[in-house]
Design a protein around this ligand. Structure first.
Ligand SMILES: CC(C)(COP(=O)(O)OP(=O)(O)OC[C@H]1O[C@@H](n2cnc3c(N)ncnc32)[C@H](O)[C@@H]1OP(=O)(O)O)[C@@H](O)C(=O)NCCC(=O)NCCS
Length: 242
């Protein structure tokens, strides 16, 4: 089972940041936080870590809720996040994404599972800025869409690529043009998660699936093992800084 959650957060860190850090974060996490000097980045870091800790706290079974301070979010040198719980060591698999006041986090307690999430704020962006990242086929079908569909679909393409790259733990070390996103039927999408047709280096992958969901002004995507869709569960948590 994969649990996911979405939350909004203000673009500046809250006035009580010091108290939140002292109450809920380890010394190593506080040191990581202090590396960030830009308020927007500090806010993203704080919101994503608090949300991820709350998600893990909800999922890990214990007699009483684990203190948030005992759950730490750490990072591989590649940037891949992972969860360490005091007394349990490294647990499960975590994926995080944050953008423009929105954060998406997903966690599974199963150690062997891999997945990646991404969230994009649906901004109008000219297709030219994607020329180095999208395939010729993607640019071609996006160019046929009206302005509103183009904004939704270009964010979907970018987000889906990032979710896939996070699931395979590569991040932007891999050329995003190796992944080709096929035109989705955004108009007939249902509420919740919808499938995205895609191929990697010309092959349709049997092991992975990509899904998208439109959440107000945000495009959310997840790349997960092909067999997992029915076990994708939303958890509603308090907003990040509450
Ligand atoms: C992974 C990547 C696609 C992230 O996309 P983004 O749109 O910039 O940012 P998102 O908010 O969607 O995701 C960021 C989160 O992805 C996760 N992440 C970073 N690298 C990752 C990877 N290789 N695989 C999976 N997840 C990764 C982290 O949790 C990160 O959150 P944090 O920056 O607060 O720690 C891309 O920016 C990248 O490759 N980053 C790696 C940079 C890095 O850390 N390099 C370190 C070695 S040089």
């Amino acid at each position: 089972m994969i649990n996911w959650t979405f939350s909004r957060f203000p673009e500046s860190p809250p006035l009580r940041t010091t108290q939140l850090l002292e109450r809920f974060f380890s010394i190593a996490e506080i040191e990581e936080n202090q590396k960030y000097k830009i308020p927007k980045r500090q806010s993203e870091w704080l919101a994503s870590r608090l949300l991820a800790k709350r998600l893990v706290q909800k999922i890990i079974a214990s007699d009483s809720p684990l203190p948030l301070k005992s759950i730490t979010i750490q990072k591989e040198s590649s940037g891949v996040p992972f969860v360490v719980v005091e007394g349990m060591g490294r647990v499960g698999w975590l994926s995080i994404s944050h953008t423009r006041g929105g954060v998406l986090a997903a966690f599974s307690q199963i150690n062997s599972i891999r997945f990646g999430v991404d969230i994009e704020f649906i901004d109008p962006r000219p297709l030219e800025i994607f020329a180095d990242y999208f395939t010729v086929a993607e640019i071609a079908w996006l160019s046929t869409l009206d302005e509103q569909e183009k904004d939704v679909c270009s964010n979907l393409v970018w987000s889906a690529k990032e979710a896939f790259l996070k699931a395979i733990e590569k991040g932007l070390q891999m050329d995003t043009r190796k992944i080709n996103i096929h035109p989705p039927d955004v108009c007939s999408q249902s509420k919740g998660w919808n499938a995205i047709d895609f191929s990697v280096e010309g092959n349709r992958l049997l092991d992975w699936q990509l899904l998208f969901s439109l959440n107000h002004d945000y495009m959310m995507t997840i790349c997960l093992p092909a067999v997992q869709k029915s076990q994708l569960i939303e958890l509603e948590l308090t907003s990040a800084f509450d």
